[in-house]
Design a protein around this ligand. Sequence first.
Ligand SMILES: *[C@@H]1O[C@H](CO)[C@@H](O)[C@H](O)[C@H]1NC(C)=O
Ligand SMILES: *[C@@H]1O[C@H](CO)[C@@H](O)[C@H](O)[C@H]1NC(C)=O
Length: 422
Amino acid sequence: MGVAQLSRRRSWRARAVMIFCLWGLLSLSYAARLSPSQQKLEVQKHLKRLNKDAVKSIKSPDGDIIDCVHISKQPAFDHPFLKDHKIQMRPNYHPEGLFDENKVSNEPKESSNPITQLWHINGKCPEDTIPIRRTKKDDVLRASSVKRYGRKKQRTIPKPRSADPGLINESGHQHAIAYVEGDKYYGAKATINVWEPKIQQPNNEFSLSQLWILGGSFGEDLNSIEAGWQVSPDLYGDNNTRLFTYWTSDAYQATGCYNLLCSGFIQVNSQIAMGASITPVSAYRNSQYDVSLLVWKDPKEGHWWMQFGNDYVLGYWPSFLFSYLAESASMIEWGGEVVNSQPDGQHTSTQMGSGRFPEEGFGKASYFRNIQVVDSSNNLKAPKGIGTFTEQSNCYDVQTGNNGDWGHYFYYGGPGKNPNCT
Ligand SMILES: *[C@@H]1O[C@H](CO)[C@@H](O)[C@H](O)[C@H]1NC(C)=O
Ligand SMILES: *[C@@H]1O[C@H](CO)[C@@H](O)[C@H](O)[C@H]1NC(C)=O
């Protein structure tokens, strides 16, 4: 097949994916105008679509139910293009690293503690199943409508260089990030300090720390793959720190969602559940915990794979979900984001990272260390020309650094409201 033919086929596919998603949205928004009893029925139907039959269910101490769903019954296979998809159980290639993950003696002792998920206390999923956090009725009811559940409320990508300041401040989203752009990127990695930031306004606000893999322009068609940890009472109903992913291929309009809340991501791992609580979290001037996240594009099939920690390859986003990211990413970002939703004009006291400013350093401020990008030869490399961005550095800030053990790193975050941020 010629190159032109290939790209035509790809754009046809992208359009068909869009139509499929729009159809889903339209049918659900119709449901939102129904009477209360009809709406209740619609919520139940939505739950039935989301929650697949489980081989086994495990109750987590945090109240979650983790369903072990047969790998061939996962939400991805509701997608029309995945009906005949043959699951790839492992990536063809793994990026070659700069830092030897097994040489823990190189790293500060406090940060080499393993992070797992809380539900592991109460059981394991059998082989050939994947763990899925069960969506409860209350989860859906907290969303502004059934159709918005599991999706982002606003476009929230920090747009460092050519940012429209008015727009950024208007949406109430605040960031403190490091980024690289101007090259072709095939993945990104970071080891992220894990905290449980306080959320002032549970209905509208969240606090997250993540990496972004971005392709396209910041207009209608931005492609994004995101992974990290978040505290989002709106999405999960509590203040726990949870592993999450997000993807979109049209700047958060019709495609994409958190975790496995729509069809797209294909999970192969039986031990880690998207959206489940991670534990333990770091404490001020006390034990520090961090977790490595790696997202990279398999050079053979072109799918975007994700790894959690050093041991868990979670699965992949098939290449056809994306337009720009079907080729490569043009920008990588790492850092924190919060929503500042205070209606009275006062700044929120929702914390980012540990709730402390970067100046405080290790054990106090939150960090990303060993940030790396994947190049076209599938090698992990130190990022070149790192920039930083924050809307209001008096509320949340970021400071980069570089040394032998941590490679490129940064401290980020802050308390939000304080005498210099009101
Ligand atoms: C956002 O608004 C704050 C307060 O009005 C201002 O100080 C800051 O410069 C703005 N940020 C950007 C990126 O324009
Ligand atoms: C979450 O934290 C907020 C305060 O930050 C508190 O008001 C709320 O009750 C907490 N929610 C739960 C479910 O613990």
